[in-house]
Design a protein around this ligand. Sequence first.
Ligand SMILES: [Zn+2]
Ligand SMILES: [Zn+2]
Length: 196
Amino acid sequence: MHLGYVAWRGVLGAVPRPTVLVAPAGMGDLELLSGAVEAASRAFSPAGGLRMLVTLEGISLPMSLMDLDRMQYRADDVNRHLASMFEGYLEPHRRMLVAVVEGDGYIPGLNFVFGLATPGIGVATVYTKRLWATSPSLYMERIAKEITHEVGHLLGLEHCSNPTCVMSFSNSVGDVDRKGPGFCDSCTLKLSRLIG
Ligand SMILES: [Zn+2]
Ligand SMILES: [Zn+2]
């Protein structure tokens, strides 16, 4: 019995926490980004927690990923580009990347997106332009919520109908401000199973 217990513990110990690498793309304020990542990582604690790391080295995105008529990044192309850049590192649901992009993004059919997650490749992006606020703490809070939301998608969560939950869909920055920084009880439960 005792050995069995040790072996079981050993297996659990060998399973690493999911890891999220957060990389700035054109976003120069690393202090603000680090604060946002710290806040985002706190949101995952009730579900068991994950590892979130900020890279000091920024990513530069090629101009070909930007629609010059709209001056917006094509978010789905950006995610695919990042997946090829980080090939070998990424493992969907286990080792993921979130790039925080200075600028605006869209996908066909939507005027803009605050962020986009592509769970199948383990990549998400957050776009800062429409989250900007004169108050640095509000700006940081918004970025934290969007990172948390996109990582929730990367781990397998869908949108939530609870308007205070960070997984609720945001149509406007007012929606971003209205929702809370964390997951509702139902999403926390789902998340704890997904994090395993
Ligand atoms: Zn979403
Ligand atoms: Zn929820």
